[in-house]
Design a binder for this molecule. Structure first.
Ligand code: CA
Length: 235
């Protein structure tokens, strides 16, 4: 028997923490809870969960700071689902910029929460249905090397750490250099057709990706009024 996947829930509102925990345990997950950012980070380090549900508004260290710390200090690629206030695009954009993979506005239905969590876990655990990931292909463009089945990206032979969303966008674009993708096509590819992610959220993910690509950032072209493409010019 394999051990259950574990999820860390960082949420200060007791009723929401209980609702989330109840539904996750019922779905077969092991759950760790934290009431604030500092104890959440400690739990992340000691328990090594498979995914984090992270409230944005927390007393003391807020969700953005927690997410940034996980990404920049601990270099962890663990999927992070951020809980945001309803319809606050600023919050959503800030969450994605801090390295969250997905977000869910409050109030949310437990069913949607579970669906999102399962989707994130599928994406992060070398899904057998995703042939791209199983291709033992290595993409080398400019100074960028992508090894899909190992989720690895190297820039000038140095590994860089991308979130799952950033990785998926890079792989999508790099597979067809010169091919222009609209923001909606990118959303459809990385999230599925019924998913609502704003164009601006894609811009934020691309800008985070470029930052991490550093000297190879120019490999991703902005096509004004259309979207993005991977440059087919030698870098
Ligand atoms: Ca809160």
């Amino acid at each position: 028997m394999t051990s259950p996947l574990s999820i860390l829930v960082i949420e200060d509102e007791e009723d929401i923490q209980q609702l989330v925990t109840y539904n996750l345990v019922k779905a077969g997950f092991q759950v760790f809870c934290a009431d604030n950012g500092e104890s959440g980070l400690r739990s992340f380090i000691t328990n090594g969960p498979d995914l984090i549900v992270l409230d944005l508004m927390l007393p003391g260290m807020d969700g953005l700071k927690v997410c940034e710390e996980i990404r920049s200090v601990h270099k962890a690629e663990i999927p992070v689902l951020m809980l945001t206030a309803k319809g606050e695009e600023e919050d959503i954009v800030a969450g994605l910029a801090a390295g969250a993979d997905d977000y869910l506005p409050k109030p949310f239905s437990p069913k949607i929460l579970l669906a999102r969590i399962n989707a994130l876990l599928r994406r992060s655990r070398l899904p057998s249905s995703d042939e791209d990931i199983h291709e033992k292909m290595v993409f080398v463009h400019h100074q960028i090397t992508i090894i899909p089945h190992r989720y690895e990206v190297l820039v000038a032979n140095e590994p860089i750490h991308l979130t799952h969303s950033e990785f998926q966008i890079l792989l999508l674009l790099a597979k067809k250099p010169g091919w222009v993708y609209s923001r909606q096509q990118i959303i459809n590819d990385i999230r599925g057709f019924d998913y609502s992610l704003t164009d601006r959220a894609i811009d934020v993910l691309i800008s985070g990706l470029r930052k991490k690509l550093g000297t190879a950032a120019a490999a991703i072209d902005t096509v004004r009024g259309v979207g993005y493409r991977f440059s087919d010019q030698p870098g």
